[in-house]
Design a binder for this molecule. Sequence first.
Ligand SMILES: [Zn+2]
Length: 262
Amino acid sequence: MREIKPNERKIVMQSKTMEDESGKCGHLSRRSFLKLTSTAAAAGVFGESLFGSLVYADALGKEKRDKMTPDEILAALKRGNKNFSKGLRTSRNYLNEQKATAKGQFPAAVVLSCIDSRAPAEVIMDLGIGDIFNARVAGNIANDDILGSMEFACKVAGAKVVLVMGHTGCGAIKGAIDNVELGNLTGLLAKIKPAVKATTFKGELSSKNAAYVNAVAQKNVELTMTDIRKKSPVLAELESKGMIKIAGSMYNLDTATMNFFA
Ligand SMILES: [Zn+2]
C-alpha cells in the first residue's frame, strides 16, 4: 500500500484505495481501516464538514438557514453533489442530527425528484437529516398535492430553494414514451406526456434511445418548473420577490453528477 499524504483526504473516502489494498472494492481489513482512519484524523478529515463555512455538521439551524440566500443554498447543493460524485462525504452522526432536529425543522430547500431507487436526494447531495424537504413521485411531476407540500415548505417553513430533479434512464419517462397503461400509473404517465410532445429531438424517438429518453426527462423538468410557477401563485410570488429560487437539475446515473439549470 502506498503512503497517504496528509492532504489526500479523498483517499480516505474512496473505494479506489480499498481496491488498492485488497484488490476488491469494499473489503478493507480492520487493520487497514484503522490505519486509514488514523491517517485521516491526522489530516483533520473526520469531524470536518466538507461544506466549509456552511457547516451542515449536525442539522441546519434556523439562524444559519435564514442567513443564507437562495443562491448560497443552491451552491451548497452543488458542492454536496460534487463531493458525492468524487467519493467524498461529510462525516456525520445521524443520531446527533436526529436529536438536533427533534423539536423543530428549518430545511433550506425542497427537492422534487423521482422515486427511482438510484437517485436519493440526500445521499447524492451529501446532505443530512433536517437539511431538505424531499418530495418524490415517479417522473418528478408537480400535482396539486406536491404543490401544496412545496407551498408549506417555502411559505410556512421557510425553505428558500425549490429544486426539481430529473434523472437519466428514467423508467417513468420511458413509460410515457411507450404509452404504458397500468392501473393508476396511466394517469401519472399522462402528466409526463406533454414533455414527450414538447421535446424536439433528431434521431430515433424510442424509449430504447437513451439520448432521447434523457432529452424528454430534461424537458419534463423544465415543464414541471413552468407548472410550479403557473399553478402556484404562492411560490411564484415568493420567487418574484427574490425570497426563493425555483431551479432544475438532471442527475446522471452513470457519472453521479448533477447538472443544474435555472
Ligand atoms: Zn425516474
